[in-house]
Design a protein. Structure first.
Length: 577
DNA sequence: GCCGTTTTCGGCCCGACTGTTTTCAGTCG
């Protein structure tokens, strides 16, 4: 049984926590934590590299971490970690997820009261003995109890679409306040992360205390967590925490930059400022001859950098590129001219073919690809050979009646990739379609190697235009199936098979972390909403943001082609695309 | 423990808020 990337990350993070408990040098702790980040975000087969002792040159992994990762990847264990863990059960690590509890307090609880799990902590609080500990009091104990209760009822992570929806409503309210000059959402929502933990708002105002008070008393603020003169934290009905920072108009660009993050991006930018002799915090540059700053772009300019779009701020090479002037011109959502992979009532969609077509046209698209499920997905009312043939006719008739140079429907199918890698329809039928999306919907538990071969076999078919939701993940609900991304990307490049960026916010699949690599290999992307209703066509907007996060440019995305270009492109043999 | 176009040693981000304190430690972002 080989070690997974997740396990490597978990071990490094546990080491960081255990060292923290022991009061180790905070920078050593940070090194382990950053090592975990690097392993988690590395776009390549980090497990194989660790196994083969080829981690040399990866920033953030020094001699010590390289050796430890090698030991872990080859033996499945790490002596250093095992020794640290003696006396701490798995349940101990749950304690770190509680609000208001950090390593210092957990260390005290563990040392004084033998607390080593949520259950023993709850018992200690109920018995009232936590309040008597040094550094603890009645309020701390009550807060721990609240936090324990909340952990039970509310998930603390939210999908991007939920976050954006909440943020837009609140932003509108903030902008209507007469003392607000500028306002923006910051944080991971602004960076279009697929999962968001809280919302951050920045407002520029001459009266910050008035704004934090205003924020705390809004109807959406179901609970006020903290309120001061410049900062206010509240919780929404949904359980989502929202932080407001109220700053002066001069401070605004710095606050917006700082709270947009990511933390790693900020640290790197800050050290760049230090090299210029300036210190950078959330309010200003300080030092000799500091430049005048009016907006975020001025901050980057002052440091000799091109403006870095928020989506790219993950410290994955964007600062180097901004320095060299080689940041890509990213896709804009307005560049999308049409889309593929959409369902109708013929399979499991909620809207008719006609309604979907009109919805797409109203959205300003020039074409819409219909791809209902195939016959091996009876749970989704998959189409039989006959029903698909009939649908192709219906689409042709629709185009004759309603289509033209401005808009048309493309006939396709979301063809199941069967367990063997064979497709659910034979080539003769697929050849009658304008396009075909191949997706896995069953036998999700195959070993990685077998799953990869299965998908590759489907991609080798000349009639498969694109690969649907590569991992089948459902964010916050189900992990994706095991599949080797490198091999799939290489195969897509060779066979000229497009890979879908499924922009249904439940999926965002293939993950943004892989697109830069795919793009560099010449793989084309199709941004598809997997829409099951007319409204869901609007997922395209999220698709564009997440594609940007993956460094994707207009020319990397097939559905930026105009209708005429797309018609010509689809007629080309796959190998010539 | 990591890193280096000021470095192989000496740095490594720091401010706001809360609660327990009486001047500050812990947590969070």
């Amino acid at each position: 049984m080989s070690v997974t990337r997740e396990r490597l990350v978990e071990v490094l993070e546990e080491i960081a926590l255990l060292l923290e408990i022991q009061g180790e040098n905070p920078f050593k702790i940070r090194a382990y934590r950053q090592g975990a980040e690097v392993v988690s975000g590395y776009d390549g087969d980090i497990v194989a590299l660790a196994r083969d002792n080829k981690l040399e040159g990866i920033k953030g992994l020094g001699d010590a971490l390289r050796d430890k990762l090698h030991e872990l990847a080859t033996t499945g264990e790490l002596e250093f970690h095992k020794k640290l863990r003696v006396g701490y059960p798995d349940s101990f690590f749950d304690l770190f997820e509680l609000d208001g509890l950090g390593p210092k307090k957990i260390a005290v609880l563990n040392r004084e009261l033998k607390v080593d799990s949520i259950i023993t902590l709850k018992a200690a609080c109920d018995a009232g003995i936590v309040a008597g500990l040094p550094g603890f009091g009645a309020k701390t104990q009550a807060k721990i109890l609240e936090s324990l209760a909340r952990r039970v009822q509310a998930a603390e992570a939210f999908r991007l679409d939920i976050a954006v929806q909440a943020a837009e409503g609140i932003l509108e309210i903030l902008r209507m306040h007469p003392e607000v000059l500028r306002a923006s959402v910051a944080g991971s929502t602004r960076r279009s992360k697929e999962i968001v933990r809280d919302l951050d708002f920045i407002v520029a105002t001459p009266k910050p205390a008035e704004l934090t008070a205003f924020f705390a008393t809004q109807e959406f603020a179901k609970e006020v967590i903290a309120q001061g003169d410049t900062k206010c934290s509240i919780r929404l009905e949904s359980g989502m925490q929202c932080d407001l920072r109220a700053v002066s108009n001069d401070q605004y660009p710095f606050a917006l930059f700082y709270f947009t993050g990511s933390k790693e991006h900020n640290v790197a930018i800050r050290s760049r400022a230090l090299k210029k002799g300036w210190s950078l915090n959330e309010y200003a540059f300080t030092g000799e001859n500091v430049p005048v700053i009016r907006d975020e772009a001025d901050i980057y300019r002052a440091l000799g950098l091109d403006f870095v779009p928020p989506e790219l701020r993950e410290n994955r090479g964007e600062i180097e590129a901004a320095d060299e002037g080689t940041l890509p011109r990213l896709l804009e959502w307005e560049n999308l001219r049409g889309t593929f992979h959409n369902h109708t009532t013929e399979s499991d969609g909620k809207a008719s073919l006609h309604a979907m077509a009109e919805g797409a046209r109203e959205l300003g698209l020039q074409y819409l690809g219909i791809a209902d499920h195939s016959k091996s997905s009876p749970q989704a009312n998959g189409l039989s050979v006959e029903r698909l043939a009939a649908q192709v006719e219906t689409i042709a008739a629709w185009n004759r009646e309603h289509g033209g140079k401005q808009f048309r429907l493309f006939a396709g199918s979301e063809v199941d990739i069967l367990k063997s890698g064979a497709l659910d329809f034979d080539d003769d039928l697929l050849a009658t379609l304008d396009f075909a999306v191949a997706s896995v919907h069953n036998a999700l538990t195959l070993e990685e190697d077998e799953m990869t071969k299965r998908i590759i076999k489907a991609m080798e078919n000349p009639y498969i235009t694109m690969l649907g939701h590569l991992t089948g993940r459902l964010l916050l609900r189900r992990d994706g199936y095991a599949v080797n991304h490198e091999k799939i990307i290489d195969c897509a490049a060779e066979t000229r098979t497009v890979i879908e960026l499924n922009c249904n916010p439940k999926r965002f699949d293939m993950d943004w972390r892989w697109w830069h690599r795919a793009r560099d290999k010449g793989v084309l992307c199709s941004i598809n909403p997997d829409a099951h209703s007319v409204n869901q066509l609007q997922f395209l907007r999220f698709g564009a943001s997440v594609a940007r996060k993956g460094w994707v440019r207009r020319e990397d995305v097939v559905n930026t082609k105009t209708l005429a270009e797309m018609e010509a492109w689809l007629k080309l043999p796959k190998g010539k695309r």
